[in-house]
Write a new protein. Structure first.
Length: 575
């Protein structure tokens, strides 16, 4: 039996060699330039690799190239910092691209004498070339680079170095690797049985870096049609069009197809690409909705034929389609007789809180139709403030959590679906918050330190900060008459993040509450969820929110004094 290193050497030795047309396709992903020298009348084309004298042709197209303005990229510049921390200034318009008279590709015209050594035109791309050989699909991963340092380099093809070799057959995926071009082949992994653990052992050819991520451009996608994986919907999954697709997961996709081709084909055809992405990228099985080992749709989804038809007939957003199956089966296990149309009606009103809603509906045996009837009645109740169905459904979940914590008998319909839901929720927020405060005050301190470092931000006028305790969140909700008090427990545990926006002149007065998911605002509300306000908080407080979000996206950097360093927008200068 061959050792791993011997198997890696064998794969590298038997891999298809790079053809001239493959190299041309790699060259095609690089920016095209038409270098010219007006003094000598010469032109160099990087797209199709020609060097010629304009005097030797009578074509008006070449004269157009000689007369076109030099394509000058935006230079490095710095405007002034305005009051919200962004850059202001104006760039000169870019010259138009000119079609190469030989190959027709749109290119930038560069006057050779004005480009210096052209170091800033150096480019680097990762590519994977697909080829079918001996009934197997091979994938060769190359690092490619292109420079324009001398006259010969102006028309040269990219330099390439082979780093990874893959071979895919039904039932087997193999990968050979080496550290750098010229190093020995020592790395080898394979997948020869359906996976039981994630991540998949046959990973992507390139690691993550700040400039490239894990991505690569795929050359020769048409080879898939003559491979054993022609029916696996790879083109559909990648969204491949006329241009070579750029991806970071095709190798794992193909490895999965060696073991479960029918399952992958079925999911992609049903518009459930997210299920495949979850497995290969997010290491998530979605086992509550789908059984990967089952190629039959009814067995895979655990649904009868009528149920399957009902589910597929719903116009559900693709990101929720698989969740719908899990939610449906959870409610059926709880003994509720429902249909996918019933469930979809609830989801349309409360997408963001649907998982929590289903848990409560299953626990307290509440039919979707009954819940919607109750919530709609609450919405129109006399004296009820203006609230959306989504907000009321969220309030119902929050109320149930508070009521359970306080020991209410939720088997009694009077407590399960109380009249005046919003008022009842406000009544339970403070005592429930006090109980949570007692349970969580010590453990929250470590999380609070991290939240302060990541999110706390201030200007001369405004302050954004995390709450100091669960009780402060409860007080915030009561003061602003919205439902953030019900989020206290989840904030303390770290399943969501609540922040306060304050006027520094009145730091103790609740003003606006923000819910975050990472660096993205999920919702932002002021008094009574901004009912009747002509201008929403996201617009009203844009002067503080925009630089704060830019700062978060830049990594929440601070100077030596601990003050936020607002990133400034700049354009990179090239020749």
């Amino acid at each position: 039996m061959q050792s791993e290193s011997a198997r890696a050497v064998w794969l590298a030795k038997h891999a298809p060699r790079l053809r001239k047309e493959d190299l041309e396709r790699i060259n095609g992903i690089y920016p095209a330039y038409l270098f010219r020298c007006r003094k000598t009348g010469e032109i160099w084309t990087t797209c199709c690799g020609h060097h010629l004298q304009v005097s030797e042709t009578n074509s008006d197209a070449w004269k157009a190239v000689m007369e076109a303005p030099h394509h000058r990229e935006p230079e490095s510049w710095e405007g002034h910092t305005c009051h919200i921390g962004t850059m202001s200034g104006q760039l000169s318009p870019k010259p138009k691209l000119i079609a190469c008279p030989i190959c027709g590709k749109k290119a930038k015209v560069k006057e050779l004498g004005r480009t210096g050594k052209r170091d800033n035109l150096y480019a680097y791309y990762r590519v994977v070339v697909l080829r079918v050989k001996d009934g197997a699909l091979w994938a060769m991963a190359y690092e490619s680079r292109k420079s324009y340092e001398n006259e010969a380099a102006l028309t040269a093809r990219p330099q390439v170095g082979l780093l990874r070799v893959y071979r895919f057959l039904p039932g087997l995926a193999e990968k050979a690797s080496r550290l750098f071009d010229g190093y020995p082949w020592t790395g080898y992994v394979s997948l020869d049985a359906p996976p039981t653990k994630l991540p998949l052992p046959v990973g992507e050819p390139f690691g993550w870096c700040s400039a490239e991520g894990m991505g690569y451009t795929v050359i020769n996608m048409d080879e898939l049609q003559s491979s054993p994986f022609r029916y696996c919907q790879a083109e559909t999954y990648l969204g491949a069009g006329d241009k070579p697709p750029h991806t970071e997961e095709l190798m794992r996709y193909l490895a999965l197809c060696t073991q479960w081709p029918r399952q992958v084909e079925m999911l992609v055809k049903l518009g459930l690409k997210m299920a495949v992405t979850d497995l290969i990228r997010n290491k998530k099985w979605n086992s509550a909705a789908f059984r990967w080992a089952e190629p039959d749709p009814q067995k895979a989804f655990g649904l009868s034929r009528p149920e399957l038809k009902d589910w597929l007939s719903q116009e559900t957003y693709f990101e929720y389609r698989l969740d719908m199956v899990a939610w449906y089966k959870k409610l059926r296990r709880a003994g509720l007789k429902i249909s996918f149309s019933d469930l979809e009606e609830v989801r349309r009103e409360a997408s963001f809180t649907m998982g929590r809603l289903v848990t409560k509906m299953a626990r307290y045996k509440v039919q979707p139709t009954r819940l919607l009837t109750y919530i709609r009645k609450e919405k129109t109740r006399k004296g009820q403030k203006r609230m959306t169905l989504n907000t009321l459904l969220t309030e119902w979940v929050d109320y149930l959590e508070d009521a359970a914590l306080l020991g209410y008998d939720l088997s009694n319909p009077i407590w399960l679906m109380p009249k005046g839901l919003h008022t009842k929720h406000l009544e339970t927020m403070v005592p429930a918050g006090a109980i949570r405060e007692k349970k969580t005050s010590k453990g929250y301190q470590k999380r609070l330190k991290s939240l302060v470092s990541r999110y706390t931000f201030s200007t001369d006028r405004w302050l954004i900060r995390p709450p100091m305790s669960a009780m402060e969140i409860t007080v915030e909700g009561k003061a602003l008459h919205h439902c953030v008090g019900g989020y206290a427990d989840r904030h303390i545990k770290g399943t969501t993040t609540i922040l306060f926006l304050r006027d520094r002149k009145k730091p103790g007065k609740p003003l606006v509450t923000i819910e975050m998911s990472g660096n993205q605002i999920v919702q932002i509300h002021g008094y009574r969820n901004d009912a009747g306000e002509a201008v929403k908080p996201s617009v009203k407080y844009a002067g503080i929110l925009e630089p704060w979000l830019a700062w978060l996206a830049g990594g929440s950097k601070r100077n030596r004094r601990g003050l936020p360093v607002i990133p400034l927008k700049r354009e990179a200068g090239v020749a």
